[in-house]
Structure formats: structure tokens, C-alpha cells
Design a protein around this ligand. Structure first.
Ligand code: NDP
Length: 295
């Protein structure tokens, strides 16, 4: 199977690594060409000069870019995918994108006989390394069946969620829940610290009780108490995801005061902490406003 992978970022790189071996013939493209060259030296695959060059021969093209805006750019640019994709090829967008753009792209591509699936992933960079990602697929079920082996190379739980856009919608809500858990745990632990309760002890109790979450069980013990804050998933990207979830709620006329507020808080945190901050660093805003440190 000839596969092209576009976007060798924090999660794209370990995902693509699993495709750089038989039965796949991999071509990679990255905006910053040095990263694609380094990947090719390490894993022995072809490097394409442009998205069009990457797509020309491919049966399956995977995009893993920051947002749907960049995906639309690489599809429609002069040296983009649109004119290069073969009839019956499949564009699988693993970006955490937005449903509205995906539906528009799917329609444009269908006009050229090209199939589109949104297939965002969850599980973080460690899940990508160990090929245990959850993949949430939106689009035609038959097309999903055709590319299942490709997704299986980096995914463990592959789920067909519904029509085009369903994967992106579900992923945005998942990440909005992550954001809510992260922020609410930070507020609670900051208050407890100021009330004289040790945050490590509080987490120990919460993690044996009904308030526990991935944030309380993993992120706070491993990244906040230790002050390690490793950079695995940029705050800018989580801000984008919560914004998409809030937009999905608005578009579906769902009353969503908590989602809208969370989107606002993460937009503020992103503005204060910058493009390169990790998502868990949003906790630092709560700490700053509470004048305490969760450690
Ligand atoms: P990064 O910021 O690490 O990488 C972004 C990638 O997109 C890079 O390859 C970058 O190229 C490329 N890119 C950026 N802007 C453009 C552009 N205008 N045109 C073409 N290429 C561009 O992001 P991640 O790898 O972390 O995330 C990718 C997607 O996966 C996002 O949608 C994110 O929300 C999602 N995701 C990430 C997870 C994680 O743990 N990191 C977990 C689950 C989902 P260049 O090298 O030139 O900068």
C-alpha cells in the first residue's frame, strides 16, 4: 500500500514511524523540510518536495496538521493535494480538525473522485509511540474498511463514529472534557492548598474517590506536583479543540455555558502563556490568580 504522510510534528512523527515498513511504501512531506530529511535518514522512506509530489502516487494520504485551516491550505494550494490525488485515493485527516471544514473538503474532493475520512487520534505522543492510539473515524464505512490496515499500524481502538465530521466532533468534546478536568482540578487543589491540605495528599484521596480523572490520576502527579511540565501537546492546540467543541455546541443549539466558559479560559491561558506552552501549563494561570503553587 502506497501511503503519504504530511505533517511530522510531535504526534505525526511517531505515527508515521509505524508506516515506514512493509507492507507500506511510505512518502513523507513536512513544511520544514529538514524534519522530513531527518525522518527519512532514520527510517528510510521517500521525501516529497511538495504536498502534490507526495500525493501523486499514493493510494492513501494522511494529514496530521495543527488545524483544519492548514489541511485546507495543503489541499487547495497551487502545489497542493487537490490536483495530484488519483481517482479513488483516500485522504485521511488525523488532525484534530473541525467538522464544518471537513464536510466542505469532503465535498470538494468527492468532485474529483477522491474519498475523505476525518480520523483524529487520542492517546498522546506515548500512545503514538506504542501504536495504541484511539482513532475516531468519520465518513463512509466502506472507505474506512479500505484503510483500516493503515490506521491499525498506529491505532489500537479504531471506531467508526458516523458521517464526515463525526470523528472531529467527538475528538473536540473529548478534549473539552480534558480541559474541564484540568482546570477544575487546578482550582480545587489551589483552594485546598490555601486551606492547609497538602496537594499530594488531596490527589491520593481524590484518586481513590469519585472525583478522579485522567488529570488527577496522571497529569497532576506526574507533571504538576513534580513541576516537570513536559511539552507533549501544545496548549495552543487544546485551546483550538475546546473552541471547536464550543462551536459544535453553538451550531447544534445546545445550551453549553460550561463549554463556552472553558473555551474562554483556555483562550486566555493560550494568550498569556504563548504558542509553545504545554497544555498542562494552563494550571499555571490558576496558580498565578490564586497566588499559590500546587506542589
Ligand atoms: P505540532 O505543532 O507538533 O506539529 C504541527 C505539524 O504541522 C508540523 O509538522 C508543522 O510543520 C505542520 N504545520 C504547521 N503549520 C503548517 C502549515 N501552515 N502548512 C503545513 N504544515 C504546517 O502538532 P502535533 O503533532 O502535536 O499535533 C498535530 C495534530 O494532532 C493537531 O491537530 C493536534 O491537536 C493533534 N493531536 C496531538 C496530540 C499530541 O499529544 N501532540 C494528541 C492528539 C491529537 P513544521 O515542522 O514546519 O512546523
Amino acid at each position: 500500500m502506497r501511503v503519504a504522510f504530511l505533517g511530522l510534528g510531535a504526534i505525526g512523527t511517531p505515527m508515521a514511524r509505524h508506516l515506514a515498513k512493509p507492507p507500506f511504501q511510505l512518502t513523507v512531506w513536512n513544511r520544514t523540510a529538514e524534519k522530513a530529511d531527518a525522518f527519512s535518514r532514520a527510517h528510510g522512506c521517500r521525501v516529497a518536495a511538495t504536498p502534490a509530489d507526495a500525493a501523486r502516487d499514493a493510494e492513501v494520504v494522511i494529514t496530521c496538521l495543527p488545524s483544519s485551516r492548514e489541511v485546507e491550505q495543503v489541499v487547495t494550494a497551487a502545489d497542493g493535494l487537490l490536483d495530484a490525488l488519483a481517482t479513488n485515493a483516500v485522504l485521511v485527516d488525523c488532525t484534530s480538525g473541525d467538522p464544518a471544514t471537513s464536510k466542505r473538503l469532503a465535498t470538494v474532493l468527492a468532485g474529483r473522485g477522491v474519498h475523505f475520512l476525518d480520523a483524529p487520534v487520542s492517546g498522546g505522543t506515548s500512545g503514538a509511540e506504542s501504536a495504541t492510539l484511539t482513532v475516531m473515524v468519520g465518513g463512509d464505512a466502506g472507505t474506512f474498511a479500505r484503510v483500516r490496515d493503515v490506521l491499525d499500524a498506529f491505532g489500537e481502538k479504531l471506531v467508526h463514529c458516523g458521517p464526515v465530521g463525526a470523528g472531529h466532533a467527538l475528538k473536540s468534546v473529548n478534549n473539552a472534557l480534558l480541559a474541564v478536568h484540568l482546570w477544575s482540578a487546578a482550582e480545587g487543589l489551589a483552594a485546598l492548598k490555601k486551606a492547609g491540605v497538602d496537594p499530594a495528599l488531596a490527589l491520593d484521596v481524590i484518586n481513590a474517590s469519585s472525583g478522579r480523572s485522567n488529570a488527577s490520576m496522571n497529569l497532576f502527579p506526574q507533571r504538576v506536583l513534580t513541576r516537570a511540565f513536559p511539552r507533549t501537546f501544545r496548549l495552543a492546540l487544546l485551546d483550538k479543540d475546546v473552541g471547536i467543541a464550543a462551536q459544535v455546541a453553538r451550531e447544534t443549539a445546545t445550551s453549553s455555558p460550561l463549554l463556552q466558559l472553558t473555551a474562554e479560559l483556555f483562550r486566555t491561558a493560550h494568550t498569556l502563556l504563548g504558542e509553545e506552552a504545554d497544555h498542562v501549563e494552563a494550571v499555571k494561570c490558576v496558580e498565578r490568580w490564586a497566588a499559590t503553587e500546587i506542589s
